[in-house]
Design a protein around this ligand. Structure first.
Ligand SMILES: N[C@@H](CCC(=O)NCCCC(=O)O)C(=O)O
Length: 258
């Protein structure tokens, strides 16, 4: 029997600074295939090519991946500044309404890094352009140099709410994670529950209150070595269970971890 399909919402890049391409890190596909046991399908996240209705019909769940381009601040009512960096307006135009549609229907999604930030913005929240400039905050950006192992190494703890969905899923109230982002949640969107924080108070794990389906999203990168990492594995496995349930009956898994 064919495996359920997870639409991978990636980014638009210029290969060799010239050739436009849609891309998503291979480690996202690996995590979805090997840990969630679903078929990864890279989506060209551009409203000229795909509609939200098409995506909801063709895919059983969605992975909103990390990506360097930031959600455009106009999406949360703020003007762009230099600190906001580069954007991917086509991805914004697909991802934000798609997240809202999934929250409503119960179709499962997992948000990672930029995807986590998109979930917050889709629900009406706002972002800081550069959290390392805030008093008392650490630098969450990836080291500019070094190997992939060095860039993705564990760099801080995340503490989960006692008895919350992440605590229950991980079987631990505190875990170690990597960190590769410049932006962070400023104000939480409607129904966005912050369920995990870094030592400096930066929100790291969220879910949507009273959503019928799987909405867990994280600011770190669980896709890195997902099959070996004790934090990534349960997250991608639970996401896969939710996607399989949706594929079978088009209804959310009743015992959603949230
Ligand atoms: N742009 C946002 C999100 C950061 C993020 O997703 N980082 C992963 C980068 C992977 C890549 O370069 O493709 C922020 O900086 O907060």
């Amino acid at each position: 029997m064919a495996r359920p399909v997870v639409g991978i919402i990636g980014n638009r890049y210029l290969l060799n600074d010239q050739y436009p391409a849609h891309a998503g890190g291979a480690m996202n596909s690996e995590a979805v295939s090997e840990v969630s046991d679903c078929m990864p399908l890279l989506i060209p996240a551009d409203p000229r090519f795909v509609s939200v209705a098409d995506l909801l019909e063709r895919c059983d769940g969605f992975l909103f991946t990390g990506g360097r381009p930031n959600v455009h601040p106009e999406e949360y009512g703020e003007p762009p500044t230099e600190a906001h960096g580069e954007f991917d307006r086509a991805r914004d135009a697909v991802a934000l309404p798609l997240i809202r549609a999934c929250v409503q229907s119960g179709q499962p999604f997992l948000g990672i890094c930029r995807g986590f930030q998109e979930v917050n913005v889709a629900m009406g929240g706002t972002l800081y352009p550069e959290i390392r400039e805030l008093p008392g905050r650490m630098n969450h950006r990836m080291p500019p140099d070094g190997t992939l192992e060095e860039k993705f190494e564990h760099r801080h703890t995340v503490s989960f709410t006692e008895g919350g969905p992440f605590h229950r899923l991980m079987g631990a109230s505190e875990v170690m994670t990597n960190t590769l982002h410049g932006q962070g949640i400023k104000s939480s969107g409607q129904r966005v529950i912050v369920d995990g924080v870094a030592p400096d108070g930066t929100p790291e794990a969220i879910f949507i209150a009273d959503a019928p389906g799987f909405t867990l999203s994280v600011q770190w990168h669980p896709e890195y070595r997902a099959s070996q990492d004790p934090v990534s594995r349960p997250l991608f496995a639970a996401f896969g269970d939710a996607v399989r349930s949706w594929a079978q009956s088009r209804t959310p898994l009743p015992a959603q971890v949230a």
